[in-house]
Design a protein around this ligand. Structure first.
Ligand code: NAD
Length: 266
């Protein structure tokens, strides 16, 4: 897809990775709407990016809020060509038994329900038009689980599974789906996550954060080329290979001796 003049909706665009995605599309001459639960954050980023970028208040967990945002973007720009479901929250690093049900529900509501709602609202009309693209923000932790980050990891695995599934559904209709797997990137979320660490460790981690605009440019390229996986932090490859290898080596004999089985395509 040539993104010039296309209409782009980016959730959680009031800072960090969402703002980087919005800025990268604006650089290419797209018409961009930033949404965020925090209207001030969204306004500030829209003003910084300029180029006609608009800002809308939005709660991605609410179908009513999604309907309002869709109507407002369409009134301003026309139908949405690219939806970037990027809004998300993390949880503090701690053993899972210390995670409350409220924390679990909130993380799943924003990170998974929000993505589900954003996809569902636009899929049917993209299929009917025979064009469109959905970009869902997962995480390196959506392929690499991390101890003391279980619920966040589970939410990001869910985003990856949902996205890869609907890519299969939408491909015959000319609609693309991409998954962004960020590693450590400068944002309010990553800075808050480090808040309680000793200064020396904070400084060391700070030097390893990627700047969000580069993730945004990678997203634009993936939409232009209709690529599924958007890998911005290849330093995680050895860990991913080790994880997959540990899975593959367990594909030995079937549990039932005479079992023939079926290929997924049968
Ligand atoms: N920063 C990283 O290192 C990193 C790494 C991997 C994945 N991610 C993912 O990237 C995405 C963006 O995170 P970020 O790091 O830029 O953090 P961020 O906190 O800067 O941005 C997330 C934005 O989402 C907004 N938001 C929160 N709840 C919302 C809701 N209910 N409705 C609408 N907006 C809401 C926040 O106000 C915030 O502006 C998230 O999905 C996050 O899980 C980030």
């Amino acid at each position: 897809m040539n993104v010039t003049d296309k209409v782009i909706l980016v959730t959680g665009g009031g800072g960090g990775i969402g703002a980087g995605i919005a800025e990268a599309f604006a650089e290419k001459g797209a018409r961009v709407a930033i949404t965020d639960i925090n209207a001030d954050y969204a306004q500030a980023e829209a003003a910084r990016i300029g180029k006609g970028t608009i800002a809308l208040q939005h709660d991605v967990t609410s179908p009513e809020s999604w309907a309002e945002v869709k109507a407002a973007v369409e009134a301003q720009f026309g139908p949405v060509d690219v939806v970037c479901n990027n809004a998300g929250i993390s949880l503090p690093f701690k053993p899972m038994e210390q995670i409350s049900l409220e924390e679990f529900d909130r993380c799943m509501a924003i990170n998974v329900r929000g993505v589900f709602l954003g996809c569902n609202l636009f899929m049917a009309e993209m299929k009917a038009r025979g064009s469109g693209h959905i970009v869902n923000t997962s995480s390196v932790n959506g392929q690499l689980p991390h101890g003391t980050f279980a619920v966040y990891s589970a939410s990001k695995f869910a985003v990856a599974g949902l996205s890869e599934s609907i890519r299969q559904e939408l491909a015959p209709f000319g609609v693309g789906v991409s998954i962004l797997y960020p590693g450590l990137t400068r944002s309010r979320m990553s800075e808050n996550q480090m808040a309680d660490l000793p200064e020396e460790i904070k400084r060391a981690i700070d030097g390893k954060m990627m700047e969000a605009i580069w993730l945004g440019r990678a997203v634009v390229r993936a939409v232009e080329e209709n690529r599924l996986h958007i890998i911005t932090h290849p330093d995680h490859l050895p860990a991913l290979k080790a994880r997959m290898e540990a899975l593959y080596v367990n594909f030995g004999e079937p549990a039932q001796p005479d079992f023939v089985g079926q290929r997924i395509s049968d």
